[in-house]
Design a protein. Structure first.
Length: 154
């Protein structure tokens, strides 16, 4: 009986060390919250189409998109120069669904008060801010994706 007593502490030493190490690691981890505030997306300025796809097929070279410009103003209005097949045909007002985390942009033509929406993506590609709009112009079976960049003259 006496021979088992010296083994008892050795039996508890390894589990106790593991338990203490585990508790030490658990309570020594400190979580720092980093508060980040996403900036409001600034789309004001004149934009031109650099790439256009229809149903996944690149149509950029099949049509001259170069004269087209859409200018977003700080007051929530937009102007279109050299209209082409686009989500709207006339000047009007625009609004983002969320100024910091936009997923959609809505256009409202001034004369008709017709409101239409487009998915909104605002990536940086190759160091340049892009604006990507996805919409159907007329025929719902055709989906267009226009990628726009801000014109240099801004």
């Amino acid at each position: 009986m006496m021979s088992k007593i010296p083994n008892l502490p050795r039996f508890f030493i390894k589990p106790m060390i593991c338990l203490l190490l585990g508790l030490n690691m658990l309570y020594s981890c400190k979580t720092d919250e980093i508060a980040t505030v996403e900036s409001v997306k600034q789309i004001q300025g004149s934009w031109q189409i650099t790439k256009a796809t229809r149903n996944g097929t690149d149509i950029t070279e099949k049509f001259d998109f170069s004269p087209f410009r859409i200018t977003f103003q700080a007051d929530g209005n937009y102007q279109i120069e050299h209209a082409l097949p686009f989500i709207v045909a006339k000047d009007g007002a625009y609004a983002l669904d969320d100024p910091q985390y936009p997923f959609q942009i809505k256009f409202k033509e001034a004369e008709t008060n017709r409101e239409v929406g487009s998915s909104f993506d605002y990536p940086i590609v190759g160091g340049t801010r892009n604006l990507s709009l996805t919409f159907s112009a007329g025929c719902s079976s055709n989906t267009y994706v226009y990628t726009l960049v801000k014109t240099i003259d801004q």
